[in-house]
Design a protein around this ligand. Structure first.
Ligand SMILES: [Ca+2]
Ligand SMILES: [Ca+2]
Length: 279
């Protein structure tokens, strides 16, 4: 092998080893399965104005007729958190795991007499403990504060036009702030948690719906039907960054060069062997 080829061979071998070491480090240290706990609570809320009937607890915010009930025809509406805390197992780069459930008992409320929900503060806490490979260390608790805006739309507006959809006008929730995707690190590895609503109710809303809720354009949220208990099941996935395409290209290029060099090398040595045999 010429000096030039020996040099290229060494470079390719070096890149290959670096790539293998990089993959090996990642594969050895990454957590495959986590035990998780996700808990959400209401930490505060603001009503549209003064008046009776606005009640806030860590698991429920209700409004409407103080003497009424949260049921169809009962004169009170409520949003509630259930399945909290939710515990289970989730695989890195695996299927989604269920988190907490939010429900809106959307009953008809007399908005001339009673204040309604305007904004709600939610604190969600995520704790992860490695199950495979097991570890006593813990990722978290990671805390995310969400602020949601709400509007109790008129069910039958005078002009007959709903902010979104058709009569009776759906009520509108907007997630005003709070990260639906956030990174975390554990044992030198970087991961991402991505939160979504399992039935894809959480979507970008039309401008009219965003404006009705007092939010800017391109808001995200969901709509709730009147006289119905609307359920939103939140879920999440944990992902880990796979090797960069550039790293994979380097890896593939190095393997290709080494294979070519080896084939070329066999020819040279074989010729020499045959030459030696003839002598
Ligand atoms: Ca309503
Ligand atoms: Ca409505």
């Amino acid at each position: 092998m010429s000096d030039e080829r020996k040099k290229n061979y060494k470079i390719a071998m070096g890149i290959l080893l670096a790539c293998l070491m990089s993959f090996g480090t990642s594969a050895n240290a990454a957590v495959i399965t986590w035990n998780y706990a996700v808990e959400s609570v209401f930490t505060g809320a603001t009503p549209t104005g003064p008046g009776d009937g606005f009640v806030v607890t860590p698991s429920e915010i209700s409004w409407g007729d103080p003497m009424g009930t949260v049921e169809p025809g009962g004169g009170r509406s409520a949003i509630a958190i259930s399945n909290s805390p939710r515990m289970g197992q989730v695989d890195t780069n695996g299927p989604a795991a269920l988190a907490n459930t939010f429900s809106h008992a959307n009953d008809v409320v007399d908005i001339d007499l009673y204040p309604q929900l305007l904004t709600a503060d939610i604190l969600t806490t995520v704790t992860l403990t490695p199950a495979n490979p097991p570890s006593m260390d813990m990722a978290g608790p990671m805390m995310v504060n969400f602020v949601i805006r709400f509007v109790e739309t008129l069910n039958e507006p005078n002009n007959g036009i709903c902010p979104v959809g058709s009569i009776p006008c759906q009520d509108i929730f907007v997630i005003e702030s709070g990260a639906l995707d956030f990174p975390f690190s554990f044992d030198g590895e970087d991961y991402f948690i991505s939160v979504f609503e399992e039935t894809n109710q959480l979507t970008p809303l039309p401008l009219g719906a965003c404006m009705a809720a007092g939010a800017g354009a391109d808001c995200i949220g969901f709509l709730t039907e009147e006289d119905t208990v609307n359920i939103a099941d939140f879920a999440f996935v944990i992902t880990q960054q796979i090797p960069e395409p550039a790293t994979l290209l380097l890896f593939a290029g190095s393997v290709w060069y080494l294979l070519c060099a080896r084939r070329a090398g066999s020819g040279v040595f074989g010729s020499q062997g045959r030459a030696l045999g003839r002598s």
